[in-house]
Design a protein around this ligand. Sequence first.
Ligand code: ZN
Length: 230
Amino acid sequence: MKILKILIIVFITFFIASFGYFKKDAIACELIGVTHFNEVSPDFYIDQSIDTSKQVELSHAVESAFKRVSDIYGTPTSNPRIIATAETKYAKFGFNPTGMQNSGLFRECIFLGPKGLSTNVIAHELVHAEVRHRTNLFVELTQLPAWFIEGTGIKADYRKPFLSKNINVTNDDVAKIKSVFYLSDFPNTNVKYYQASLIALEPMNPKDMYSGLERLNNGEQFEDVFNEFF
Ligand SMILES: [Zn+2]
């Protein structure tokens, strides 16, 4: 009996620890209110590294990012929690120094690092949040290829390498990135594959994205909904 109890405790501890490990971003997002980050407007958190003038600038960037995403795809409904810092030390905990988007336990979250305090990065992450918000987990894991997720984000990201005049990828690059399904396999250190994702996305009318995601949620297949890609 005692052994059984110990085993149960070990199992539960292991379960909680691994959940904490794999979901650390989600937990960080949910618990940000109890840290030294301050909520300066609803669901917008910053730390001391962002002074008042930077904060004003950042609020404007968030506003223009929302507007940009609305203009491209239609009004976003996700209202993600945005957490921003100009501090570099969080990178060692796995937080991308530019920006990253994750699902929290109860909401979508965007982490912005020192290199990501701009309309471009915010708009990019906002699209990721919107796509996740509009799709259920099953669709996210089985229907959405990595190039679609990245391509839709980059469409709202006007940083230099993503402007059409600076993109020079081959059909092979596009075919190669279209063969990658999982985000974990996406060659995310190579700008060429982000560019190729944007090119792969070109046949889609962005105004149809939300309704397409809705159809995926209703059980239709990616190939049938977004048949312009095939
Ligand atoms: Zn992205």
